[in-house]
Design a protein around this ligand. Structure first.
Ligand code: FAD
Length: 477
């Protein structure tokens, strides 16, 4: 005998898309529930994605700096600098716990009802919450939530590589690589995308020999080409080996080793790459398992994404879909924006996202960040543009930090001089790109940016100088 609870809005999935949608809905006065089956809130991003990976990136960077970069800065370390891998992992786990717990507090503060269990469609207006035995505090029995509005935010999962079995020990996914108990001497990574390169950075700094195996002729397919080339160069300098134009044929575990069979895309040359750990990082795919979307006939496209219109609506206007499980880039901030917009649509009939202004960041060192159009996109679209560039070697803050690799590149419309795209490779690029986003959103021209007073000495002066360079001349280069 299922208990029935009535809500204005029920959100399925407590990741960045779902938890933000739930909080926003409650703030707008809706009686809101969020169903999550993981046992903690925050989804992929907080539990096994953005947050743990950034904790490892930050601490591995500090370790590497102390070990290899302190002397020239005048810091003599007495004794050796050693890695305590157990504490290194614990620090990350603590951060994850604090942040996921923080969302539970936000739910309480805003009055969102949190159901721990698997959510599935019972009908077009009813969600069944079933107990998940493994998680603490799960619902005791099947519970039916009836809802005027349903928001599906079930996210994504690791795309498997056909024929390669993940054991999360020697052959790992992006989840297993976050919790290795020892540093592999040789780490092979299938896929030169952001996740592969970030995780490669972590372990390369900790001493692993990293080999990236990429089918395409170069890494960074979605980056501006000039920036992608520079990225590959910097990572190579850090010791990364790149096997581009290389096809993986299979991988097998042999005791404590993994043999990866590869073949040249152009010449068909076969080779075996031996590694201690293999990371499979070829992408993510939408996740709808257990949702029972077929019961009410929600449409799914060829790539497994739930189909929606420009108002996030499925064929049932009161059922909306946001985040990784539907169209668009699989990014936490994109899912969050959609969560807010979907709820605003329920409330007011309006809700808007500028998909042309969603930043991407790779948290390597130097960082890579971009927003808006790349040069290759502008060429394809036949738009006439001008380029402004400024290298960090000429930026005083980068100099004082002894961290001068990279440059800012901005692209503006030849005629109107409006900003069309910004591409930064350099220290703190991920923070700096926010200024480009603001400029892009409000249609700023390069001169508008260059006339804004930027604090000195800051890295952001490089963005101002690149803008100046785009329509006139830089002052400091
Ligand atoms: P998810 O975060 O996947 O959340 C969906 C939630 O729904 C999950 O918790 C799942 O348990 C739950 N769920 C699914 N089905 C049901 C059901 N039937 N009932 C109840 N609950 C259900 N993005 C960035 O923007 N920046 C980064 O730096 C970044 N780094 C990343 C690093 C890694 C290693 C990985 C793997 C991803 C990274 N991402 C990053 C991507 C980011 O994690 C996702 O884009 C984001 O989490 C998507 O949010 P979402 O809410 O759509 O889905």
């Amino acid at each position: 005998n299922a208990e029935k609870a009535k809500h204005d809005v029920v959100v399925i999935g407590g990741g960045p898309g779902g938890y933000i949608a739930a909080i926003k809905a409650a703030q707008l006065g809706y009686n809101t529930a969020c169903v999550e089956k993981r046992g903690s809130l925050g989804g992929t991003c907080l539990n096994v994605g953005c947050i743990p990976s950034k904790a490892l990136l930050n601490n591995s960077h500090l370790y590497h700096q102390m070990k290899h970069d302190s002397k020239q800065r005048g810091i003599d370390i007495q004794g050796s600098v050693d890695l305590n891998i157990a504490q290194f992992q614990k620090a990350k786990d603590t951060i994850v716990k604090q942040l996921t717990g923080g969302i539970e507090m936000l739910f309480k503060k805003n009055g969102v009802k949190y159901y721990k269990g698997l959510g599935s469609f019972e009908s077009e207006t009813e969600i069944k919450v079933s107990p998940v035995e493994e998680i603490e505090g799960t619902v005791k029995e099947e519970t039916i939530l009836s809802a005027d509005n349903i928001i599906v935010a079930t996210g994504s999962e690791v795309t498997p590589f056909p024929g390669i079995t993940i054991d999360e020990e020697r052959i790992v996914s992006s989840t297993g690589i976050l919790s290795l108990k020892e540093i592999p001497k040789k780490l092979a990574i299938i896929g030169g995308g952001i996740i592969g390169l970030e995780m490669g950075s972590v372990y390369s700094r900790l001493g692993s020999e990293v080999t990236i195996i990429e089918f395409q002729p170069a890494i960074g397919a979605t980056m501006d080409q000039e920036v992608a080339t520079a990225t590959q160069k910097f990572l190579k300098k850090q010791g990364f080996q790149f096997k581009t134009s290389t096809k993986v044929m299979g991988a097998t575990r042999d005791g404590d080793k993994v043999n990866v069979e590869v073949e040249g895309v152009k010449d068909g040359k076969k080779e075996t790459i031996e590694a201690d750990v293999l990371l499979v990082a070829i992408g993510r795919r939408p996740y709808v398992q257990g949702l029972n979307a077929e019961k009410i006939g929600l449409d799914v496209d060829k790539r497994g994404r739930l189909v929606i219109d420009s108002k996030f609506q499925t064929k049932f206007p009161h059922i909306k879909v946001i985040g990784d499980v539907t169209f668009g880039p699989m990014l936490a901030h994109k899912a969050e924006e959609e969560g807010v917009a979907a709820v605003e649509l329920i409330k007011t009939g309006h809700g808007h996202i500028n998909y042309g202004n969603i930043p991407s960041v790779m948290y390597s060192h130097p960082e890579v960040a971009w927003v808006g159009k790349t040069e290759q996109e502008l060429k394809n679209d036949g738009i006439s543009y001008k380029i402004g560039k400024f290298p960090f070697v000429a930026n005083s803050r980068a100099k004082t930090n002894m961290d001068t690799e990279g440059f800012v590149k901005i692209l503006i419309d030849s005629e109107t001089e409006r900003l069309l795209g910004a591409h930064i490779i350099g220290p703190n690029a991920g923070e700096m790109i926010a200024e480009a986003g603001l400029a892009l959103e409000y249609g700023a021209s390069a001169e508008d940016i260059a006339r804004v007073c930027h604090a000195h000495p800051t890295l952001s002066e490089a963005f101002k100088e690149a803008s100046l360079a785009a329509f006139n001349k830089p002052l400091n280069f």
